[in-house]
Ligand binder design. Structure first.
Ligand SMILES: Nc1ncnc2c1ncn2[C@@H]1O[C@H](COP(=O)(O)OP(=O)(O)OP(=O)(O)O)[C@@H](O)[C@H]1O
Ligand SMILES: [Mg+2]
Length: 247
């Protein structure tokens, strides 16, 4: 199963939420940093301490001569026991155009024994990552709760539904609100975007810094608000299962 997280604008917390969800996934899950504007995970969660050849660009080269499973075995890095295994992202702006997303998406969607949570970054119709979004079994639009954030989320919601062929209300394209009530409630935002509400990520700067900046987790990290919420949301998403869409 392939689940893509995407934002409309700003930096609402896609990378942070994707890592938190993958860490709490009820089955084996791999986090793929597919942000077309350049991956954040190496420098963020990885704190810059990442094996140089462990990333998406290297995996694409491997795929010329080996299977996806073997390439993943070589290129995926598991940095810490509390974290999901990660395929780090692209290093340069513009590199996204050279990634064969339409070939990679169906492969990631059907890995034997593992689901993939993909950080797809900010949505831009022309960045080349659209074929990856099209192959996702579920897409999550991540937004903050300001008027600016909600306006831009509402603009791209129909484009995501169109990309996946989801009808209105289909839970396969849903909304995740990061820090609701500033000032709009999650229900109001879902209504404005005409998307089903997947959930709300609470404000939890200490836990967020573990995922976004490689801060050391404290003793109560596993029980913190972000991780507990991520568990509930991950279970909801994972229960959708593969879409059965032909690949
Ligand atoms: N639930 C949260 N509570 C508090 N802070 C958060 C939360 N989620 C994310 N943050 C913080 O917000 C900032 C941006 O997060 P993140 O890098 O995940 O955003 P993004 O949407 O991936 O951004 P970009 O589009 O630049 O890749 C980080 O400093 C992160 O620690
Ligand atoms: Mg990001």
């Amino acid at each position: 199963m392939l689940v893509g997280l995407v934002s409309a604008k700003g930096s609402p917390g896609v990378t942070t939420s994707a890592l938190a969800l993958a860490s709490q996934w009820p089955r084996t899950a791999l986090l793929v940093d597919a942000d077309p504007f350049g991956g954040d995970v190496r420098a963020g969660f990885g704190g810059g301490d990442w094996p140089p050849a462990a990333g998406l660009a290297e995996l694409i080269v491997d795929l010329r001569s080996t299977t996806l499973e073997q390439a993943l075995y070589r290129r995926v890095h598991h940095l810490a026991p509390y974290a999901p295994p990660v395929l780090a992202g692209l290093g340069c702006v513009g590199q996204s155009a050279s990634i064969p997303w339409s070939r990679l998406g169906p492969l990631l969607a059907r890995i034997d024994g593992a689901d993939v949570v993909a950080d797809c970054g900010r949505f831009a119709a022309a960045d080349g990552v659209m074929p990856l979004l099209r192959t996702c079994d579920a897409l999550v639009l991540v937004t903050a709760s300001s008027l600016r954030a909600v306006r831009s989320a509402a603009r791209i919601a129909p484009l995501l539904q169109e990309a996946t062929g989801a009808e209105a209300g289909d839970p396969r394209v849903s909304l995740l609100v990061v820090v609701a009530d500033e000032p709009y409630s999650a229900a109001e935002i879902a209504d404005g975007c005409r998307l089903p509400l997947l959930g709300e990520m609470p404000k939890d700067a200490i836990a967020a810094a573990v995922w976004s900046d490689g801060a050391r987790p404290g003793r109560s990290f596993a029980r913190c608000a972000m991780q507990r919420t991520a568990r509930q949301i991950a279970e909801k998403l994972a229960s959708l299962g593969p879409s059965g869409r032909p690949i």
